[in-house]
Design a protein around this ligand. Structure first.
Ligand SMILES: [Fe+2]
Length: 200
């Protein structure tokens, strides 16, 4: 039977938080999954955990799968990172080539190409709500399981992305994750600037 509803709990999110021991809401975000045809809806809780904005876990895609996120409500920041490659062309998990932070609000859309890890954080006072068109594996027995098209291991291993998005005097600021060997200065972009850069 299809089980489209899933939630991501604090307990699981501890794996990728800047401060895993800080207290937070029991549920960080809610998902209704419909895959490529019906789309997927994600709803973020508001607030911070140890100054870090409530965010999705973050993942790379397995294979050549891109996806587009449309922001339906609220405001947030999408973080994207691309890994460096070794001589054989294999990605190096703890060495980042590009890191982008994109401020979004209702009406914005951002395309995430394959090979680009992505997460989104809620920086507003209301629910952040998005819809996306990424494929979902409905064979999953456990609806709380992570989607089948996604690779969460590099993010889990390094306890999050190369930068954490934290609140500093009411403003979102990026703080480097010390588990990464190298990462460039993050680039703050509008959705339009990112789209131009990505299409080159
Ligand atoms: Fe994804």
């Amino acid at each position: 039977m299809l089980k489209p509803f899933a939630v991501r709990e604090h307990e699981k999110m501890k794996e990728v938080l800047m401060h895993p021991d800080a207290s937070g809401p029991e549920i960080h975000y809610y998902m209704i999954r419909g895959g490529v045809d019906k789309g997927n809806i994600t709803v973020w809780e508001t607030g911070t955990v140890g100054r870090e904005y409530i965010k999705t876990y973050g993942h790379y895609h397995v294979g050549k799968i891109g996806e587009t996120y449309y922001v339906l409500g609220g405001e947030g920041v999408i973080l994207l990172q691309i890994r460096k490659k070794d001589a054989e062309g294999n990605p190096i998990d703890d060495q980042i080539e590009n890191f982008y932070a994109i401020r979004v609000k209702a009406g914005a859309s951002v395309y995430m190409p394959s090979g680009t890890a992505h997460l989104a954080a809620n920086t507003g006072k209301a629910w952040l709500v998005t819809t996306d068109d990424s494929p979902v594996n409905f064979e999953e027995v456990d609806p709380v399981a992570l989607p089948g098209h996604a690779d969460y291991e590099p993010i889990k291993k390094l306890k999050g992305f190369a930068y954490y998005l934290v609140e500093d005097n009411g403003q979102p600021t990026l703080v480097k994750n010390p588990n990464y060997k190298s990462a460039p200065e993050p680039e703050w972009l509008t959705p339009e600037e990112y789209t131009q850069k990505e299409s080159k």
